[in-house]
Design a protein around this ligand. Structure first.
Ligand code: URP
Ligand code: ZN
Ligand code: ZN
Length: 461
């Protein structure tokens, strides 16, 4: 299998030049002008187009047993969605039951994904309980190339862990050189606020964000960075949504705590008014931390531009409106939390980022591809265009235009939170280790080509 992408404008996190890219087998073998095509190579003319490294989404929930139901995508539907959107690798969360051996949970996640994905993927392992047996299992899992942990400071009674478990998890992570991701919200405060609101008769989706105000997230971030500072472990704050939480994270960064900050495309473009839509439609927009007041969006975009926010991900968690979100029709605490966006992250970020002048093209590539790859031990295999890197490439046509609609999406969910949003630019061709998986914007890939990617324990916080 050989490929020559001619005359594209190659844009990485730090460079930009018109050149050809030659791929032999699964890797990039040459970059330069007027390259000779290898025998039998497919040639793709990228004149007038941009060529990006495949985008990496480090925060997805494909297999997710959660709140009495399951997220809707399979690794097949999710990988098709990822690829048409330009994402060539995602990192999914394997979340053991509290009393389950993490290795057994991992077998479940592997059984769901092996042979089912069209793009590459990896896993983070969640720590939902900590004892010596779990620590042994985690050491083994890290040796297998799953080099990031996840802790939940929220979801009381489900995935959430206490402070002793948090401390011990971070101490182990530090000793193994792995990065710990954390969902930062104060779970006790949320439980009490939920009970107060329900008792006051506030049962609709709009009460969800009332029960989890910004200070509750800020407290969660403060809590995490305190333990990170204490243990010396690098941490990765997932789905940071608001100015109050960002302020705490930035202060920690400034005093030398190894903190990486992720925000989501949802927080950049949607605000809490979407969760207040009538006729229970707001349930489509219930996620945690919740959508915030619109004033936060400017703060988050500025933080991306200035480098305080490192990564833009999706937290893709698809639940159908018709028969899953409605589980919480009479009680907002029972609405499955999550907003799908794996398919749309890159095009939305491009449209509202570089195409709108909010960030430049390099920063766009950095936060959506290079930084996720670097932070999670995938770089330079992923997240870059250089000789020796995996030939995961996105030929991007800046002239494409479309309107997002659920009726045309690959994601296996009955709505799209960005329905009707106008898009500028889009992926023409996407390759997975040298094989064309998207052509003219449509999926033409191979289910099963996607492989589990073992990662290095080189945590950068
Ligand atoms: O609402 C969300 N974020 N659902 C997915 C689970 C999580 O907290 O990441
Ligand atoms: Zn979370
Ligand atoms: Zn998540």
């Amino acid at each position: 299998m050989a490929l020559l992408i001619r005359n594209g404008e190659i844009v990485t996190a730090s460079t930009r030049a018109i050149a050809d890219i030659r791929c032999d087998g699964e890797t990039i073998t040459a970059i330069g002008r007027d390259l000779e095509a290898p025998a039998g190579a497919e040639e793709i003319d990228a004149s007038g187009k941009l060529v990006f490294p495949g985008f990496v989404d480090p925060h997805t929930h494909i297999h997710l047993p959660f709140m009495g139901t399951f997220a809707k995508d399979t690794y097949t539907t999710a990988s098709r969605a990822a690829l048409v959107g330009g994402t060539t690798c995602f990192i999914d969360f394997c979340i053991p039951e509290r009393d389950e051996d993490p290795r057994v949970a991992l077998e479940t996640w592997r059984a769901k994904s092996d042979g089912q994905s069209a793009c590459d993927y990896s896993f983070h392992i969640a720590v939902t309980r900590f004892d010596d047996a779990v620590a042994d299992a985690l050491r083994e899992i890290v040796r297998e190339g799953i080099t990031s942990f996840k802790v939940f400071l929220a979801y009381k009674g489900a995935f959430g862990i206490d402070d002793e478990a948090l401390y011990r998890t971070l101490a182990l992570a530090r000793s193994l050189g792995v990065l710990t991701c954390a969902h930062c919200e104060n779970e006790d405060a949320i439980a009490l606020e939920q009970a107060r609101l329900l008792a006051a008769g506030e049962t609709g989706p709009g009460a969800h964000h009332e029960s989890r105000p910004p200070i509750v997230e800020a407290e969660g971030v403060h809590h995490l960075v305190t333990f990170a500072e204490l243990t010396g472990a690098p941490v990765y704050i997932v789905h940071l949504s608001c100015a109050e939480a960002l302020d705490i994270a930035v202060r920690a960064k400034h005093r030398g705590v190894a903190v990486t900050v992720e925000t989501l495309i949802q927080y950049l473009l949607l605000d809490k008014s979407w969760a207040e839509r009538p006729n229970f439609e707001g349930a489509k927009y219930v996620m945690s931390p919740p959508l915030r007041d619109a004033t936060n969006q400017r703060v988050l975009w500025d933080a991306i531009r200035h480098g305080a926010i490192d990564v833009v991900a999706t937290d893709h968690a698809p639940f159908d409106f018709a028969d899953q979100k409605t589980m919480g029709r009479d009680d907002f605490t029972k609405i499955p939390n999550g907003i799908p966006s794996l398919e749309n992250r890159v095009e939305l970020l491009y449209t509202h980022g570089p195409a709108a002048g909010r960030i430049d093209l390099h920063r766009f590539v950095d936060v959506a591809s290079t930084q996720p790859a670097k932070r999670f031990g995938l770089f330079p295999r992923k997240g870059s265009i250089q000789v020796g890197s995996d030939a995961d490439l996105v030929v991007w046509d800046p002239a494409r235009r479309r309107t997002i609609t659920a009726s045309e999406q690959e994601m296996n969910v009955d709505y799209n939170p960005f329905e009707g949003f106008e898009i500028v630019g889009g992926a023409d061709v996407v390759t997975v280790r040298g094989e064309v998986a998207v052509r003219d914007g449509a999926f033409v890939g191979t289910i099963g080509r996607g492989r589990f990617v073992a990662r290095e324990p080189n945590a950068v916080g």
